[in-house]
Design a protein around this ligand. Structure first.
Ligand code: GLV
Length: 342
């Protein structure tokens, strides 16, 4: 039987494919109609006939998928987030799971700032105004946005960072250039925040009440699902902006639509959605929302690095070696893993 078979669920950037080729892996790349991901039946069939699965964040890698192949050596996801994978089940079944941390931090922080600036200064609305041929005369009241830096008032604006991991910190670092005060909330990074010169610890309620911009950078877990719901949105300032380039379900999107419509907050910049690619009813009609199609890490260089990292992890799985970016390292101590690698 062929060995070193990698099932890649959609075409990934060439640097990743090159690493798999150089290792001599036999790759199956699932080809789909434009904009359609791999169907469930094809995913299950692909898992059954591979040694390592290289999925994307769009595929639910649940217990059924993981359990479909007793000889699967690992899952090498091309993304930093891995909420689509049942890591608990993978560990039980003896399957190492890897992700692609670090390489997308700066690119994601840049895009977060693009959302902050675009939302605050009404950039998409202004662009549409121009291409719609509506610009006839400069106006003192035309497209009045919200300052990100102190503006002429010398009052420093407040950035609230929820989730102070690598990306949250990179976003905070950029706020120095805008002379902002940064508040940060992350129950798992209290020490890092207290020891940081970039940010000051605040609990979530205080952060929501004081921030001009609230930006989310936590993982999606049971604990952070709907972390920002109606009550939290109502605590924000009425001219504050909510930015989400993390995961959609951290925000109750229906409540967000009401907040945007009814003016509980000033605006939102979103890269992710609760039921992606769908959006909550009414979101598209909210003129105070800037909407992106989950592109925060989408630079050519960064996606190439993510693909390379996923492929390097896949090769480690194929070699039956501890993978560099394993998210469930405890798996290597299990009997289930030992049985799998033989
Ligand atoms: C993108 O959302 C990622 O998790 O890499």
């Amino acid at each position: 039987m062929a060995e070193n078979r990698v099932f890649v669920t959609r075409q990934i950037p060439e640097p990743g494919m090159a690493i798999l080729r150089e290792f001599g892996a036999e790759t199956t790349v699932f080809q789909t109609q434009e904009d359609r991901g791999v169907e469930r039946a094809d995913l299950l069939a692909g898992v059954k006939s591979c040694d390592v699965l290289l999925p994307l964040l769009t595929e639910p890698i649940d217990r059924e998928v993981l359990g479909a192949n007793d000889e699967l050596l690992g899952v090498a996801q091309m993304a930093v987030g891995f909420n689509n994978i049942d890591v608990g089940a993978a560990t039980e079944l003896g399957i190492p799971v890897t992700n692609t941390p670090g390489v997308l931090t700066e690119t994601t922080a840049d895009c977060t700032w693009a959302l902050i600036l675009a939302s605050a200064r009404l950039i998409p609305q202004a662009h549409n105004y121009m291409v719609g041929g509506r610009y006839k005369l400069w106006g003192p009241n035309l497209m009045l946005g919200h300052d990100v830096g102190p503006g002429g008032s010398n009052i420093r604006k407040v950035l609230g960072v929820v989730g102070y991991g690598r990306i949250g910190e990179a976003v905070a670092k950029r706020a120095m250039g805008f002379d902002m005060d940064v508040l940060a909330f992350d129950p798992y990074s209290r020490e890092a925040i207290d020891g940081s010169e970039l940010a000051t610890w605040a609990d979530l309620g205080e952060l929501l009440e004081r921030s001009d911009f609230v930006t989310l950078h936590c993982l999606l877990t049971d604990e952070t699902h709907h972390l920002i719901g109606e009550a939290e949105l109502r605590r924000m300032k009425s001219d504050a902006h909510l930015i989400n380039a993390a995961r959609g379900p951290i925000v109750d999107e229906k409540a967000l639509v009401r907040a945007l419509r009814e003016g509980w907050i000033g605006g939102a910049g979103l890269d992710v959605y609760e039921d992606e690619p769908a959006m909550a009813e009414g979101l598209v009609e909210c003129e105070n929302a800037v909407l992106l199609p989950h592109i925060a890490s989408a630079s050519k260089d960064t996606r190439g690095l993510m693909a390379s990292m996923a492929a390097t992890n896949a090769v480690a799985h194929l070699r039956r070696e501890p993978a560099p970016n394993v998210v469930n390292p405890e798996v290597y101590e299990t009997e289930a893993y030992r049985r799998r690698v033989g």
